[in-house]
Design a protein around this ligand. Structure first.
Ligand code: TTP
Length: 706
């Protein structure tokens, strides 16, 4: 999150690696005959040839752009090859691209801390590797410098006199009187060039890179010379780069904040910000945003490379634009089922491969109401504890949707303009799983984990049973008009999300033992009935009397169900896995180099000949908070029966269950997953991620970065 942070250390070496026309490269690896040809990947929707989502650099030379549809691209480049994005469950299947991104990442991570920023972007902290190189084999003593490194672009180096660019780069790398920071960058040049060649050899993909002292500058640089090239930002060039950089090109400044800076403050380039004091910027845009602006004008960015190879969340979404908007609850349920199936498959794969479990399920949607004065109202995002197993995720997501819809249309139904009820439509739907943690180990966490699993299981069963009634009420009958639902305002106290953590149940030692067995030996998602059943039986001595006993009895029942579900979930997964196609690249790198590049020059040299072709809201987090709701709310409202007079109450008996308060923590959203959600939902989430006003207590002023 772009919170103003001081430069932690100005001698870092940070690289931003961005794959070139990534989806196209993945498709070209599958169909090598397309290599070097104008190619584009088109969306699943075939209207007018489908929207282009990735365009090869060969096609860009003809003027083909991502904003075009297939038919338009054919007009400007008749020979273009259009490849449709793979499809599964009636929507784009990004698994192949995701896995290809992981292949690249595993190579890049060999030399330093690595953070996956999106499906095809990675940040690397190469400081340690560069320091080591400087100590052991300093670049100034290297006789031969790799060709790929010599092709680097070093910002601020001028070759107007027509001198050999490679010679200029060689001299820059060899400078023995350079300051320490530039020497480190010289090492970065060599390391990144080597890594990029390794990526090419092992995956057949080309990528571009930016190398600088912080993430912001590295990201700016990586897109400057594409494809298959790298750009370096020495300290001495930072201000020159920013002075001429249009404000809207800066990450986070493409939206309202950028617009306000232009219109209200007359700021057109990042450098123009230098004329304002930090206080002035804070006064106008709030403490945190003001400081952040003050920092970026000086190239200051203390964000650390997170060291995260695995996503913080998983998401699956689909848009339903225009006439395809979903207008019935059953249509929504159908698509939710598809999305949840995909999500469940990915969760299972994460569990199997990385031994991680997700704890929170969230539903996001975009909707409209046809006859509503409150047209600005957003469909509320809803979260609940995540239960594993496709059917459960589907059920819970559907419940969340119903809760969201109920809130969206108004608690008592929307009766507008005489006797007409409001119609609604869903234009975008997505589910995500977050709060992903390694399977807990050790007594405390296992107990908490299962206590949590069982309680969430119980509450969801209850809510599901009762909310099923809602579906009838919420489904627009026949002509899609809306029937009135009487829902009283829920009154509920939501304590902290972690309250259950304190609530450890005594006597779970045996469970813990068995779970550890499962954890250590049974992570392949193969069913192990014996162990699971054994675990279930072991829990029986826990039966107690009174309220606590009743609670635990319920827990045991739920744990048994959980175990069965787990077993069914595993066998479901095996089936899914059996049918999954595996798209592997061709195996022989030598073959690749021979066939694609018989001259022995690198692909990037070939690319040298090709043509080059955030809305920072002044938010105080209100948007985020308004999207935080919880499933407990569903369990406590009274739902009118069909006759509209009597009501059925399903307020939960046990106060314990009330302690679960589920809200969505924005920090749990992985930026790489946001990219996979429908655009409208991305916009919404991005708005939450914008710089927030915070007390300015972390900024060290007066650091000299010039
Ligand atoms: P980008 O990195 O933005 O673009 P790119 O890799 O295709 O091309 P470039 O060389 O200019 O970086 O996006 C990475 C992939 O994400 C892209 O190949 C396709 C997908 N994508 C979409 O599906 N929809 C979009 O709107 C964008 C921007 C990307």
């Amino acid at each position: 999150m772009p919170v103003a942070k001081p430069e932690s250390c100005d001698s870092r070496v940070i690289a931003h690696i961005d794959m070139d026309c990534f989806y196209v490269q993945v498709e070209q690896r599958k169909q090598p005959q397309l290599r070097g040809l104008p190619t584009a990947v088109v969306q699943y929707n075939e209207w007018k040839g489908g929207a282009l989502i990735a365009v090869s650099y060969e096609a860009r030379k003809f003027g083909v752009k991502r904003s075009m549809r297939g038919e338009e691209a054919k007009e400007v480049c008749p020979q273009i090859h259009l490849v449709q994005v793979p499809v599964a469950r009636g929507k784009a299947d990004l698994n192949g691209y995701r896995n290809a991104g992981s292949e690249v990442m595993s190579i890049l991570a060999r030399r330093g801390r690595c953070e996956r920023a999106s499906i095809d972007e990675v940040y690397l902290d190469l400081t340690d590797a560069a320091e080591t190189m400087l100590a052991e084999a300093p670049p100034q003593h290297l006789e031969a410098i790799d060709e790929e490194a010599l092709k680097s672009h070093i910002l601020g180096l001028n070759n107007e006199d027509g001198s050999d660019v490679k010679e200029i780069v060689r001299n820059w790398i060899h400078r023995c009187h350079a300051d320490h920071r530039d020497k480190l960058l010289a090492c970065g040049i060599l390391i990144v060039a080597e890594l990029r060649m390794q990526v090419l050899k092992e995956t057949e993909f080309t990528c571009s890179a930016g190398i600088a002292h912080n993430k912001m500058l590295a990201k700016l640089a990586s897109g400057m010379n594409k494809p298959a090239q790298q750009t370096v930002v020495p300290f001495s060039s930072v201000q020159g780069l920013l002075n001429s950089l249009p404000i809207r090109k800066m990450k986070q400044l493409g939206g309202k904040l950028g617009m306000s800076l232009q219109i209200d403050m007359g700021v057109n380039t990042v450098g123009d910000l230098l004329q304002f004091s930090e206080e002035k910027l804070q006064e106008r845009y709030g403490l945190n945003t003001g400081t952040w602006l003050w920092n970026i004008a000086r190239g200051i960015n203390g964000e650390a490379v997170e060291g995260r190879l695995l996503p913080k969340s998983h998401g699956s979404g689909k848009t339903f634009p225009g006439p395809r908007a979903l207008k019935t609850v059953s249509a929504v349920q159908h698509w939710l089922n598809q999305l949840c199936e995909e999500l469940s498959e990915r969760l299972c794969s994460d569990l199997e491969q990385n031994k991680r479990i997700a704890h929170t399920l969230t539903l996001h949607a975009r909707a409209y109401k046809s006859s509503d004065s409150d047209s600005e109202k957003k469909f509320p995002s809803k979260s609940c504890p995540l239960r594993y197993g496709t059917a459960k995720i589907q059920e819970d997501a559907f419940n969340l949707f119903q809760a969201g819809l109920r809130e969206y249309i108004g608690l008592y139904g929307v009766k507008s303009q005489g006797s007409h009820y409001s119609r609604w439509g869903i234009t975008s739907l997505s589910v995500s799983a977050s709060k992903i943690v390694p399977i807990p180990s050790g007594t405390c966490s296992i107990v908490k984990y299962f206590h949590w699993q069982s309680s969430s299981h119980f509450s969801s069963i209850q809510s599901a049973e009762n909310l099923r009634m809602d579906a009838t009420h919420l489904s627009p009958p026949g002509n899609e008009s809306y029937s009135e639902v009487g829902l009283p305002e829920p009154k509920i106290h939501f304590p902290g999300e972690d309250s259950w953590i304190e609530d450890t149940t005594p006597g779970l030692g045996l469970q813990e033992q068995k779970i550890n067995v499962w954890k250590d030996e049974d992570l392949s998602c193969s069913p192990s009935k014996k162990k699971v059943d054994g675990f279930t039986e072991d829990t029986s001595p826990l039966l107690l009397s009174g309220t606590q006993g009743c609670l635990e009895q319920n827990q045991n029942k739920q744990q048994r169900e959980f175990s069965k579900d787990e077993s069914r979930f595993k066998s479901e997964y095996r089936e899914q896995k059996g049918t999954r196609l595996k798209n592997k690249g061709t195996s022989s790198i030598l073959k690749f180099f021979k066939s694609c590049n018989p001259s022995g020059t690198s692909l990037s040299q070939e690319h040298d000949r090709t043509v080059q072709g955030t809305d920072a809201q002044l938010t105080n987090g209100a948007g985020f908070q308004s999207s935080c709701h919880n499933l407990a709310e569903l369990n406590e409202v009274e739902v009118a029966k069909e006759n509209g007079t009597s009501s059925h109450s399903y307020i939960r008996d046990q106060d314990e269950w009330r302690r679960e308060a589920w809200s969505y923590n924005i920090n749990e959203i992985d930026p790489s997953v946001i990219d996979e959600l429908p655009m409208e939902i991305q916009d919404e989430i991005q708005a939450w991620l914008r710089p927030r006003k915070r007390p300015n207590n972390i900024v060290q002023r007066g650091i000299n970065h010039d």
